[in-house]
Write a protein that binds this ligand. Structure first.
Ligand code: ZN
Ligand code: FE
Ligand code: FE
Ligand code: FE
Length: 163
């Protein structure tokens, strides 16, 4: 971590962290879509990939509002979550089990993002950066929706298994 002296430094540090994370997610989602057996799950991954590409652009706007050059800083958390997910995909031979595992892994990603964006929004408001806060809020809303859709797909899958 570079020197953090103020709340603004802390904000920028976490902005770089989530920027790195979103770019890793852009790389991971097409692989997950390819492995998905359910059409609905594949579409959910493909749709969220498009949203995530927009989220990267939104973060670049936030960097600009802070007068900082957009740059990533390695996020060990997202690397760990994605790595754990890739191990799961490799292990599961049954397509329904693999889908269930991928939904769980994707929700871990969404929950990490939700926690980071929640904090960034609170700090942006404290720093008086309303426009940045509203840009980050748009992304947070997408992350919540993605998480809810994954929950619905998981429930649908369980109902199918039970039938
Ligand atoms: Zn750091
Ligand atoms: Fe995201
Ligand atoms: Fe991180
Ligand atoms: Fe997401």
């Amino acid at each position: 971590m570079s020197t953090v002296k103020s709340l603004e430094d802390l904000f920028v540090h976490h902005l770089k962290d989530i920027y790195y994370a979103e770019k890793q997610i852009v790389k991971a989602l097409p692989k997950m879509a390819k492995k998905a057996d359910s059409d609905k799950l594949r579409k959910a991954f493909e749709d969220h990939l498009k949203e995530t590409e927009g989220q990267v652009k939104r973060l670049e706007q936030v960097f600009e509002l802070f007068g900082v050059k957009a740059a990533g800083e390695t996020c060990p958390a997202i690397e760990g979550i994605i790595k754990e997910g890739e191990e799961g995909i490799k292990d599961a031979k049954d397509p329904d089990v693999r889908d269930a595992g991928m939904i769980a892994d994707a929700q871990a990603v969404e929950h990490y993002e939700i926690s980071r964006y929640g904090t960034l929004i609170a700090w942006a408001k404290q720093l008086g950066k309303k426009e940045a806060a509203s840009l980050l809020q748009q992304t947070l809303d997408q992350e919540y929706k993605a998480d809810q859709l994954l929950s619905k797909l998981a429930e649908g899958q369980l109902n199918k298994e039970a039938a």
